[in-house]
Design a protein around this ligand. Structure first.
Ligand code: ZN
Ligand code: ZN
Length: 337
């Protein structure tokens, strides 16, 4: 079968590899649609080191073609993969935080991933996905699960004002989730197109960064928002989020910050008694909720997908992920020659 392997830093190659078998209690899936995300880019660049060759990728919707237990997961079931690995016995796992497992990992990083025609997965990490969800939306649901998880800790009541800073894939999904909760959502980004997309899908107001302060002031009567979601992942935008936050607000740092920082507006964190959250990964129930939200038509995520690329053109998929004009990039293994 074909699989996209990292063979050296910066080198992803389509290779012919052995098909996985339904042994050791694993189910085998035929891949239907995959997503490429920032973590995959970091693995490709070598910023996140992995052993090689490594089949990349962790976002997959597939169909069960071989099962260790038809009562648990029958053949033919369409499924979403929870790509996190957990040991089940460490302190975090025992305290119902398997997504923070101290011996955990991620498919496509610590073990082979999903950019392959067939993938073997523990049935406990599979969630049935309704046939009614089209591939384009299905390919976004793993990311949506992490966004659901990222908002679990914050209280949002109808009429609360929430600011989402950064309207990439996660920011767009956050806008929709917060709007579903009844918040008045203000979406902030430089991109006119991304502002328009957010405005079509739940944002009450959108603004370029330079106009944000005025829009936020108007919509909150100068009080400031009770929630700011940072969905960019830079220290400058996190600082901005802290500065925009109202007193006693929650700030969710959803972008990933990785060292080399200069410092945050600590006095504001203190003076406004802010709560800063930095959620990571997701739990099975977050993925189940993500499937439900899209399946029930409460969210409309298809437009967030800008590109669907055949598996043979995986390099092009990675190039598109880096393109600021692109949003979600999916890979279709059944497309192409
Ligand atoms: Zn991802
Ligand atoms: Zn564990």
């Amino acid at each position: 079968m074909r699989a996209a392997q990292l063979t050296a830093p910066e080198t992803i190659e389509l290779a012919e590899v052995a098909e996985p078998k339904a042994t050791e209690g694993l189910a085998v899936l035929e891949s239907e649609i995959m997503g490429v995300c920032g973590t995959d880019v970091k693995v490709l660049r070598g910023t996140i080191p992995v052993s090689m060759p490594r089949i990349m990728g962790h976002e997959l919707v597939g169909r069960v073609v071989a099962t260790p237990d038809p009562d648990v997961i029958p053949e033919g079931t369409r499924v979403l993969v929870d790509p996190s690995l957990a040991c089940g016995t460490c302190h975090q796992c025992l305290h119902r935080r398997p997504h923070l497992c101290s011996r955990g990992g991620l498919m496509g990083r610590e073990i082979d991933g999903v950019f392959a025609e067939l993938v073997a997965v523990d049935p406990a990490r599979l969630l049935p996905m309704p046939e009614s969800i089209e591939d384009r939306e299905a390919g976004l649901i793993q990311v949506l699960g992490t966004c659901v998880h990222g908002l679990r800790t914050v209280d949002v009541f109808p009429g609360d004002v929430a600011v989402v800073l950064g309207l990439g894939v996660a920011g767009q999904l956050m806008v929709q989730l917060l709007s579903q909760r009844g918040a008045t959502v203000i979406g902030i980004t430089r991109s006119e197109e991304k502002r328009q997309l957010a405005a079509r899908h739940g944002a009450t107001a959108v603004a370029a960064p330079g106009d944000a302060e005025e829009v936020i002031g108007d919509l909150t009567s100068g009080i400031g928002p009770s929630l700011v979601v940072e969905a960019v992942g830079t220290e400058a935008t996190l600082s901005q989020a802290i500065e925009w936050a109202g007193t006693a607000a929650d700030v969710v740092l959803f972008g990933t910050l990785t060292g080399g920082q200069k410092g945050l507006p600590y006095y504001q964190l203190y003076y406004k008694e802010l709560t800063l959250w930095n959620p990571r990964a997701a739990l099975l129930e977050d993925y189940a909720r993500a499937i439900q939200l899209v399946g029930d038509g409460l969210l409309d995520v298809g437009e967030i997908v800008t590109d669907v690329v055949p598996l043979d053109e995986i390099e092009e998929a990675f190039r598109l992920v880096d393109d600021p004009a692109s949003l979600k990039v999916l890979v279709d293994p059944n497309d192409g020659p």
